[in-house]
Design a protein around this ligand. Structure first.
Ligand code: NAP
Ligand code: F7E
Length: 347
């Protein structure tokens, strides 16, 4: 039986990947950091059934990584742990670098020091944020990087150190350059989930309005459940390589907002421009969406659009499985249920 170790197992992707690997017959271990509150809600079902083993560890602490990797001796490591919020990386730039840049080095070094370099494969969660201030679209594996936030700069180090260890030491280490992927398990501070939660709560009379930042920002949004399948495929190849994972279709934050409200039975009518733009309920005229400076970033990445040709042709991965519109529907079905439960609990 193959053994996998997932860092970031309590996160959105970690939880889906754990489920996928268990379905494929893996023994699944996860690295979890200490917190004063419970952080296992996404994997509580798996824990209750005793299907995954958790180990204390932190990407900022080499000794914990050497200990856990040495104890588990995994066939595959999926490094998903990160300070993953781009906006937060401007406020905690040094910490973000420690986790998202040096943390990757710590894992590679732990594997090398333990003498597992020849038998343990490593997946690194790289990101479309590396393209940053883009000059061409769509972006593929050949597109130059121009990271445009402390998060992206840290992830760029992670990307290159993985390539370096692959070339210097012959390690099987790969980068998945994943474009935005969302789900009903997405953290509430990312824009899609913030929108689906707010649209659901507004429709149920639990929230007055929604404040957003840049409505014109363009993203290539896919479904996280589909994307973890591609991570696994990259790790099963004869040779290590880096792949873009995307749907190949781009939408704006405004598009996603329209769809979410539509799913809640509300049609939005937009008026004004830039910071003055507002979304009104087309039936009642009530203002439901407005723009706030608080959600703008010092530098923002505004034109991400992935070309998944390499993943499709070489890995046989299907980028068309879940469209962004379908993804919004899935998230809204989940969040409308949450809002109804919240409403009933308060009644
Ligand atoms: P997420 O939901 O924010 O999960 C991040 C995970 O990392 C959580 O389990 C978190 O633990 C853990 N973590 C954070 N700091 C840590 C530390 N110092 N030591 C150990 N664990 C730590 O992120 P996600 O959306 O699943 O993304 C997974 C990975 O893919 C991340 O590396 C992210 O940067 C990258 N990525 C994501 C996307 C996307 O669109 N989702 C796209 C490209 C790349 P807690 O539960 O304790 O917070
Ligand atoms: O922002 C704009 C914001 O925070 C998307 C991470 O998983 O994907 C994610 O990073 C866009 C940006 O995701 C709000 O300015 C407008 O242009 O959902 P987001 P992100 O920054 O793209 C990449 C690939 C990763 O690697 C990251 O780990 O939406 N936006 N209004 C807003 N964003 C947020 N969060 N909140 C708003 O109110």
């Amino acid at each position: 039986m193959k053994k996998a170790l997932i860092t970031g197992i309590t996160g959105q992707d970690g939880s889906y990947l754990a489920e996928l690997l268990l379905d494929k017959g893996y023994e699944v271990h996860g690295v979890m950091r200490r917190s004063s509150v419970r952080t296992t809600s996404r994997i509580d079902g798996l824990l209750k059934e005793g299907r995954v083993t958790l180990h204390n560890g932190d990407l900022t602490d080499s000794s914990s990584l050497i200990r856990v990797i040495g104890e588990v001796r995994p066939d595959e490591i999926y490094n998903l742990a990160a300070q993953s919020h781009v906006g937060v990386s401007f406020d905690a730039a040094e910490y973000t670098s420690e986790v998202d840049a040096v943390g990757v080095l710590r894992i590679l070094e732990a594997v090398r020091i333990l003498g597992l370099g020849a038998c343990c494969r490593i997946y690194q969660a790289s990101t479309s944020e590396l393209y940053g201030k883009v000059v061409t679209a769509p972006q593929n594996e050949e597109t130059p990087f121009h990271p445009y936030s402390p998060y992206a700069v840290a992830k760029q180090y992670g990307f290159w150190i993985v390539k370096e260890y692959r070339e210097a030491y012959g390690m099987f280490a790969v980068n998945g350059i994943l474009f935005n992927h969302e789900s009903e398990r997405r953290g509430s501070e990312f824009v899609t989930r913030k929108i689906t939660l707010a649209a659901s709560r507004i429709a149920n009379g639990l929230q007055d309005h929604l404040e957003l930042g840049n409505l014109d920002s363009l993203r290539d949004w896919g479904y996280a459940k589909d994307y973890v399948e591609c991570m696994w495929l990259m790790m099963q190849q004869a040779e290590p390589d880096d792949y873009v994972v995307a749907t190949g279709v781009q939408h704006s934050v405004r598009d996603f907002t329209n769809w979410a409200f539509e799913e809640a039975g509300i049609s939005l009518k937009w008026e004004g421009m830039g910071a003055e733009e507002k979304g009104f309920d087309a039936c009642t005229g009530k203002m439901l969406v407005c723009v706030s400076d608080a959600f703008y970033r010092p530098t923002d990445v505004v034109n991400l659009w992935g070309d998944p040709t390499k993943a499709r042709t070489r890995l046989g991965w299907d980028p068309d499985k879940t469209s962004c519109r379908e993804l919004c529907k899935i998230m809204m079905a989940h969040d409308m249920e949450l809002a109804r439960n919240e409403k009933n609990a308060g009644a």
